[in-house]
Design a protein around this ligand. Structure first.
Ligand code: NAD
Ligand code: UFG
Length: 340
C-alpha cells in the first residue's frame, strides 16, 4: 500500500512517516518547507534506513498537485497534514489561513478525485470543541470557532463530509489534543520558528537558556491549582494513531464514509503539573513566573478516548514523564547543532 503524506517534513508528518514505514507501508511525501527543513528527510532516512520519496510541492498550486498525481498513479490513500497552525498569526492574517488550509485542502481533494484516490486522513484539532465539559467526546457540539485557524479546521471537516456524500471519498478526521515530545532518536521533533506559542517548547527553551523566563498564563482559573488543564499526547503515540487510521480505511473497517476520532490520552494535566514533571524527570530547575491570563485560552480540555480505542484499536502508551524527557532530549539535540 502506498500512502502520500502532505506536510511530511513537519512535526507530526515526519513522526508519522517513521511509523508508516515501520508498519510496512510505502510512503511518498510532499512539503513546501514553509515551516520545516529539507534535512528532516535525511534524518528520516537515518531512522528508517530508507530514502524518502519526496517532492517539493505547494498544495496551493493546483496544477502542480494534479501533475504530481499524474506521475504517481498508484497512491492508495493520503494523510493530509500540510497547513499553517499558529492561532495568533491566523487572527492577524486570516486570508493566509483560509487560502492555505482551506484552499489547499480543496485543491488536494480535486486532484485526488481526478486521480481516483478516495481515502484520506485529515489533521483536525480539539480546538473545534472550544470551551466544553471534559472529558469531551466526538458528539460534543461544535461552537463558533475562536480563531480563523480553528475555523479552517471546522470548514475542512465540513468540506470533507460534503465530499463523502457527493463522491466515493472515505474520510477519517483526527482531532488532536496537545501533541508534545519527540522521537527517541532526537533526530526529528518540533521546530518552532521564533518565540514558541506552545507550553512545552517554551519550557525546554527556557531550560536550555534560549528564553530567560517562562510565564504561566494565569493561576486564577477554576481548577485545583488555578492553572489551565490540557491533554498532552506524545507525538509518537499520535503518529501510531495515523497508522491505525490508515488500517481502518484500507481494511474498510468503517461503517460511515466520514469518521471522526479524538486523539488524546484522556488525562488532564495543569500547567504547573507539566512544569513540575519536567523539573523532576529532567533534573532541571525552571525559571518561571505567574503572569496574567492569555486571551482565548479555554480553562480545561481533555479527551474522551473510547471511540478511538474501540474502532481504531488504538490508545496512548506513553506517560507525561516520557513526553518531557523526549522533548528535553530534542531541545539538547537542537542546541548541540548536530541535526543537519
Ligand atoms: P508543522 O508546521 O510542523 O507541519 C506542517 C507542514 O506542512 C510543514 O512542514 C509545512 O512546511 C507544510 N506546509 C504548510 N503549508 C504547505 C503548503 N501549502 N504546501 C505544502 N506543504 C505545506 O505542523 P504540525 O504540528 O506537524 O501539524 C500538522 C497538522 O496537524 C496541521 O494541519 C495542524 O493544523 C494540525 N494540528 C497540529 C497541532 C499541534 O499542536 N501541533 C494540533 C492540532 C492539529
Ligand atoms: N501556557 C503558558 N505559558 C506559555 C505557553 C502556554 O502558561 O508560555 C499555557 C497556556 O495558557 C495553556 C497551556 O499552557 O493553558 C497550553 O498552551 P499551548 O499553547 O501549548 O496549547 P493550547 O492548548 O493553547 O493550544 C492548542 C494547540 C493549538 C490549538 C489550541 C486550541 O497548540 O493548535 O490548542 O485550544 F488551536
Amino acid at each position: 500500500m502506498k500512502i502520500l503524506v502532505t506536510g511530511g517534513a513537519g512535526y507530526i508528518g515526519s513522526h508519522t512517516i517513521v511509523e508508516l514505514i515501520q508498519a510496512g507501508y510505502d510512503v511518498l511525501a510532499i512539503d513546501n518547507f514553509d515551516n520545516s527543513y529539507p534535512y528532516v528527510l535525511d534524518n528520516l532516512a537515518k531512522i528508517t534506513g530508507r530514502t524518502i520519496a519526496f517532492e517539493k510541492v505547494d498544495i496551493r498550486d493546483k496544477s502542480a498537485l494534479k501533475s504530481y498525481f499524474q506521475l504517481h498513479k498508484d497512491i492508495d490513500a493520503v494523510i493530509h497534514f500540510a497547513a499553517n497552525k499558529a492561532v495568533g498569526e491566523s487572527v492577524a492574517k486570516p486570508l493566509k489561513y483560509y487560502e492555505n488550509n482551506v484552499g489547499g485542502t480543496v485543491n488536494l481533494l480535486e486532484a485526488m478525485q481526478e486521480a481516483n484516490i478516495d481515502q484520506i486522513v485529515f489533521s483536525s484539532s480539539c480546538t473545534v470543541y472550544g470551551e466544553a465539559n471534559p472529558p469531551v467526546n466526538e458528539n460534543a457540539p461544535i461552537p463558533i470557532a475562536q480563531s480563523p485557524y480553528g475555523n479552517t479546521k471546522q470548514i475542512c471537516e465540513e468540506i470533507l463530509h460534503d465530499q463523502t456524500i457527493a463522491t466515493d471519498l472515505k474520510v477519517v478526521a483526527l482531532r488532536y489534543f496537545n501533541p508534545v515530545g519527540a522521537h527517541e532518536s532526537a533526530l526529528i521533533g518540533e521546530l518552532p520558528i521564533g518565540i514558541p506559542n506552545n507550553l512545552v517548547p517554551f519550557i525546554t527553551q527556557t531550560a536550555i537558556g534560549k528564553r530567560e523566563i517562562l510565564t504561566v498564563f494565569g493561576n486564577d482559573y477554576p481548577t485545583p491549582d488555578g492553572t489551565c488543564i490540557r491533554d498532552y499526547i506524545h507525538v509518537v503515540d499520535l503518529a501510531l494513531a495515523h497508522v491505525a487510521a490508515i488500517d481502518f480505511l484500507t481494511q474498510k473497517k468503517y461503517t460511515d464514509s466520514f469518521s471522526v476520532f479524538n486523539l488524546g490520552t484522556g488525562r488532564g494535566n495543569s500547567v504547573l503539573e507539566v512544569i513540575q514533571t519536567f523539573e523532576a524527570v529532567c533534573g532541571v530547575k525552571l525559571n518561571y513566573q505567574i503572569g496574567p491570563r492569555r486571551a482565548g485560552d479555554v480553562v480545561q480540555v481533555y479527551a474522551a478516548c473510547e471511540k478511538a480505542a474501540n474502532e481504531l484499536g488504538w490508545k496512548t502508551k506513553k506517560t507525561l514523564e516520557e513526553c518531557m524527557l523526549s522533548a528535553w532530549k530534542w531541545e539538547k539535540a537542537i542546541a548541540s547543532n548536530t541535526l543537519n
